[in-house]
Design a binder for this molecule. Structure first.
Ligand SMILES: Cc1ncc(COP(=O)(O)O)c(C=O)c1O
Length: 426
């Protein structure tokens, strides 16, 4: 069902996420891991606002923090007394976070991390991995979804409107292939400002030694290593992927959970790099301009602080792993009964159901899986009351109940049976 005012918003969607007509709905409210539509239907929410709501929607402690701050004021532009407390909490648990600079969304965090790296190194080139998503900005939108095999390291834009000159500053490498990355960097190492990587790319796990190898490549070339921890931060371990895999980047981008469902993100990392943003520093040609009306706003900071407190107190990443494993195992069991080639790739906190055999280690092996089946599976889940992003990862929260997981697993069986009976698996 579409909103009666749908036409005023082109595409009737906020970005690229648009459910097809038979399963489209308008969200009315959400609590815990349940979401209700304007026509009164209830869904088990495995989208969770695309990740921020890792402790569930409308958590009473977060609501109380928002209410308390809202009556004191929602944004001042001047420094406030909440954001530094959130920054300190982040610094306590994220290994690389010696300093924290707030922005408003994850794309801004990766955008500024790249600008900082270019300024710090006085170099222009950046390297990203094929299939990695770092937000909507012009640098990130290269090699995200190349339709034909691109020629590494040539960066093809994923959107119209990106200046061709900018594509010359981006190199694209295959994820999980350290040797290829090393070879691509060899001729331009002294011009490379940064390697940016999702430590778990979408839901692809890094091969042992891959992230440490990137650290080493950066150390050898003088480039900065940037971890995009917008998804992995506080989710895969309290200190994010850098804690889980024991590799410390120079900078990391944080987002999603740190705003507790309100707009807030951050670049965190080395103090000497982040101090390039100090407005009145002596100008040596490396000063970096950072600004944003709502950067560090106290409302989102209060929500984020309350969220992090809950995550830390309940060791949420461990809990999430337990809850996620139940859904992963339930889906796999259903697939086994139906002889369907399902793999749940990635960590249980955000596993991605894909249909295909063999190791899925990079964008190309992922793209070669049965994407039609993955999409149809998602749509069938939606028809059965499970809110998922079709053909994408399932975000789990610590609010999902056993009953909701059971519902999702039963729905997965019926959904897979339906697409199998349509002949999707030959
Ligand atoms: C890994 C990663 N980086 C960056 C972003 C961009 O974050 P935002 O949508 O808050 O701009 C996303 C968004 O999903 C993401 O998954």
């Amino acid at each position: 069902m579409n909103s009666p005012l749908a036409d005023i918003i082109p595409g009737n969607c906020f970005g690229t996420f648009k459910l097809p007509d038979p399963v489209a709905f308008v969200a009315a409210r959400a609590e815990g891991a349940s979401l209700w539509t304007t026509d009164g239907r209830e869904f088990v929410d495995c989208v969770l606002g695309s990740g921020p709501m890792m402790i569930g929607h409308a958590h009473p402690q977060v609501i109380a923090a928002i209410q308390e701050q809202a009556v004191r004021g929602t944004t001042f532009y001047a420094m406030n007394d909440v954001a530094p407390r959130l920054a300190a909490r982040i610094a306590e648990i994220v290994p690389c976070a010696k300093a924290v600079k707030f922005v408003s969304d994850g794309a801004e965090a990766t955008f500024y991390a790249l600008r900082l790296a270019r300024a710090f190194t006085r170099r222009d080139l950046i390297l990203k991995f094929e299939g990695a998503y770092h937000g909507h900005h012009d640098y990130s939108l290269h090699g995200l979804k190349p339709s034909r095999g691109a020629n590494y390291p040539v960066a093809r834009p994923d959107s119209a409107g990106i200046p061709a000159a900018l594509s010359e500053t981006v190199l694209v490498a295959p994820y999980n292939d350290l040797e290829a990355t090393r070879q691509l960097i060899a001729p331009i190492g002294d011009r490379l400002a940064a390697i940016i990587v999702e430590p778990i790319q979408r839901s692809l796990m890094p091969r042992p030694g891959f992230l440490a190898g990137l650290r080493d490549l950066c150390d050898r070339t003088g480039a900065l290593l940037i971890f995009d921890e917008v998804v992995t931060g506080f989710r895969i371990a309290l200190g994010g992927a850098q804690e889980a895999f024991g590799v410390e980047p120079d900078l990391c981008a944080l987002g999603k959970v740190i705003g507790g469902g309100l707009p807030l993100a951050a670049v965190a990392g080395r103090r000497d790099v982040l101090e390039l943003t100090i407005p009145d520093r002596a100008d040596d040609g490396r000063s970096v301009y950072v600004s944003g009306t709502l950067n560090g706003n106290p409302l989102a900071a209060a929500a984020g602080l309350a969220t992090l407190d809950i995550i830390i107190a309940g060791n949420a990443p461990a809990r999430l792993k337990e809850i996620g494993s139940k859904i992963v195992n339930g889906f796999l069991e259903a697939a086994k009964k139906l002889s369907v080639p399902l793999q749940m790739i990635g960590p249980p906190a955000f596993a991605d159901p894909i249909f295909g055999e063999g190791e899925i280690s990079d964008y190309r092996s992922y793209a070669a899986t049965n994407r039609t089946a993955a999409k149809e599976f998602g749509i069938e889940l939606l028809k059965r009351g499970i809110f998922v992003h079709p053909a994408s990862k399932l975000y789990m929260s610590i609010a999902h109940t056993d009953e909701q997981i059971e519902l999702a697993c039963t729905a997965s069986y019926e959904a897979m049976r339906t697409i199998r009976d349509k002949g999707r698996f030959g």
